[in-house]
Structures are given as structure tokens and as C-alpha cells.
Ligand binder design. Sequence first.
Ligand code: DGL
Length: 259
Amino acid sequence: MKIAFFDSGIGGLSVLHHALKILPQEQFIFYADEDNVPYGTKSREEVLHFVDEAFKFLIGQGVGAIVVACNTATSVAVKAMREKYSLPIIGMEPALKVALDLFPERKVLVTATAITITGEKIRRLIGKLHAQNLAELLALPKLVEFAELQEFKSAALEEYLRSELDYDFENFSSVVLGCTHFNYFKDTLREILPAHVKILDGNAGTINELIRRTNLQPAQAKNLPRTEFFYSGRRVTDLRELARLAKFLHRLNEMEAIK
Ligand code: DGL
């Protein structure tokens, strides 16, 4: 069974990267909607349309499950896609529950795109977790641009993060990366945030949910998992583009241990 990972761009590679480690015997398709990235600054109608197009393509590829490795697309479109298709569809959820389970009663800064942060889905999550007084929300749209440009470390990036993360972190336990593009910047975030503030993402939770929904078997990395890459429906075969994707995966290897 082929499993699809879908994102507006290369953020979803951070979720695929985790799956490649845990499910090395599977076959994956990675679909980056590079023609339309970023989603976070577009209208909900536009994003719904893009996700609909991507799903049509992926269903046409005969995939057995789709991981929406994008918080923004999950927030806008996962409900509609589940109503339309019966295959397992696994979405992203900002790791607010993980943060509150680890550190009850401590504040959490949830970072994401503007669409995710203003959406109904996150409001419902906060309500369900009774976290109205604990969750603070912050949009970091520029990180999506930095990531797509592979600007992983620079003075401009650091300046942007320092000015946005202007919080008194004493009462915060953690910063949640509620956008899959943000995982590329864990080293700079680690430098800026006080040592007691943990950096949490939803990748492990998403892959656990994929395993639960599909009965896939986690394994030791014996085989090299096979992944086909697509940009907005076009198979990526150009060696320069494949090298670009490899560079992102390499960066994610480096970021993996940073918590
Ligand atoms: N990677 C996406 C997310 O997890 C969205 C980035 C964007 O396209 O704005 O929210």
C-alpha cells in the first residue's frame, strides 16, 4: 500500500522524515503543492480548492492512505475530504495536548500560520483541553518563506524570530510548532528560547495515528523506503530538484535531536 504525504510545500517532509524512520518497509508518495505555496496567507476557499485538487491526484495514484502533513490544510479541508473519501485521512494537530500532558497548568505558545491560528479547529482544540488561559497563539508566516528558500540560518531569520518571540517565557513550558515548515529552524529557536522551554511538534503523534488507522508495522530500518516525489502533480525527476529535496531531509536529520 502506498501512503501519500501531502503539504503546501516542503514542510511535510518533516512528517515524512519521521515516517521513513519508523516505517522503512513502506512505499511513500510525497506531494508538495509548490505551485501554490504558501497556503497560510491565502483564503480558506483557495486552500480548500488546492487540497481538493491534490486529493484527486493522489487518489488517482492509488494510494491507500493520505497524511495531510500540513496543519493549515488540515485546519481548512480535512473535514471536507473525509466526507468525500473513505480512505484513511490523517491530519496534523498542533501538539498542545502533548505540552499540557507533560506540563499541566503551564502556558504554551502555539506557533502556526495565520489560517491555522484564526481557524475554528484550533479554537475547538483549546476548548476541549480547557486551555483558554494557557494557550497563546502566534503566527510566524515568514518562516514558511525562509524554509522554501532553504534559508535555514541567517541574520534575517534570527532577527525575525527574536522580534516575534518577544514574550516573558518564565511561565511558559513550551513552544509548539504548529506548522510543519517550522521544524527546519529548531537550532535558532533553541538558541533564542530559555533552556526550560521545550520545542514540541506533532510529527510523532501523526505517524502513531497513521499506524493505528492502517495497521502498518513499525520496523527497524532494514530496507530503504521508496518515495516518489511530486510538485503539484508533476513527478520530480530533475536531479537538481531531487538534490534540493535531499538537502531538506538532511537538514531535518540535523534538527531531529533538538527538543
Ligand atoms: N506546512 C504548512 C502547515 O503545516 C503550511 C505552510 C504554508 O503553506 O503556509 O501549516
